[in-house]
Design a protein around this ligand. Structure first.
Ligand code: BGC
Length: 252
């Protein structure tokens, strides 16, 4: 019997694949989240099996929409890059693959875009008009640009080159951990990165997400920018919630 008529969001990450049904009125999970390790190698087929396992676990009703995030550029369901997942994703029609595997339509979105949509609807960007720049600081750096509620997809500003280096290699949360940087040292790199983004885009609000957002008090006060820069509020739930919201909107 169907347990859920609510949309389901699934977030495909480099180490874990996580999903939950989402209560879109409140912007919260409607059931306990299920997490399964990302299979290695993380090929499209192996990952699709895990996504199906997660979706089946929640026994969604026939018409319940499913939204899925990937850490990659996605244009009309087609995965175009693969920075932190298996390279065989490049060129995969992920919407077709997942829709066939799940036997229901799946909407596939870039992970940071989904997180940004969720923060704008339920979190730190709520009620903000103008240009919101969401950044997720994790293994890589993901970005979302949302202007007056409208997403400009696949902004990929984590790969901005600063001093000849890909920004995510020096300013991501993983870079801080791998190089054992103090919060102050890392904040200097963030300052350079966000100041550059700000000079190029002039956002009205910058939101900092990813797991490290919960330690925002350690580094955000050290940054000096024109726009307010605030911590995301939905934590690691943002991708799942945004994916479900995007899928529900697509089904409307
Ligand atoms: C990818 C983006 C992704 C980000 C966060 C980057 O390396 O290029 O597509 O949003 O990592 O996962």
């Amino acid at each position: 019997m169907a347990k859920h008529s609510r949309p389901i969001g699934v977030d495909i990450g480099g180490s874990g694949i996580k999903g939950a049904p989402v209560d879109l009125k409140k912007g919260v999970f409607a059931d306990e989240r299920l997490r399964i390790e990302t299979p290695q190698p993380s090929t499209p087929d192996a990952v699709a099996d895990v996504v199906a396992e997660i979706v089946d676990h929640f026994a969604p009703a026939k018409g319940a929409p499913v939204g899925v995030t990937v850490p990659a550029v996605v244009t009309r369901g087609l995965v175009r890059t693969a920075a932190n997942i298996d390279r065989s994703w490049i060129g995969t029609d992920a919407e077709r693959l997942l829709s066939e595997r799940l036997e229901r339509p799946a909407v596939v979105t870039n992970d940071a875009d989904a997180a940004g949509i969720a923060e704008l609807e339920y979190g730190a960007g709520r009620g903000t008009s103008g240009l919101v720049l969401m950044t997720t600081l994790g293994t890589g750096i993901g970005t979302a640009l949302i202007n007056d509620g409208v997403l400009v997809p696949n902004s990929e500003l984590g790969h901005l080159r600063i001093d000849g280096e890909d920004a995510e290699l020096t300013a991501s949360s993983a870079a801080r951990e791998n190089e054992d940087l103090s919060w102050e040292e890392w904040a200097e790199r963030l300052q350079t990165y966000y100041a550059r983004l700000e000079d190029l885009l002039w956002p009205d609000l910058i939101i900092v997400g990813g797991g490290v957002a919960k330690h925002a008090d350690k580094y955000l006060p050290l940054l000096h920018l024109r726009a307010p820069i605030v911590a995301a509020r939905l934590g690691n739930a943002a991708g799942i919630i945004g994916a479900a919201l995007i899928a529900a909107r697509a089904n409307d």
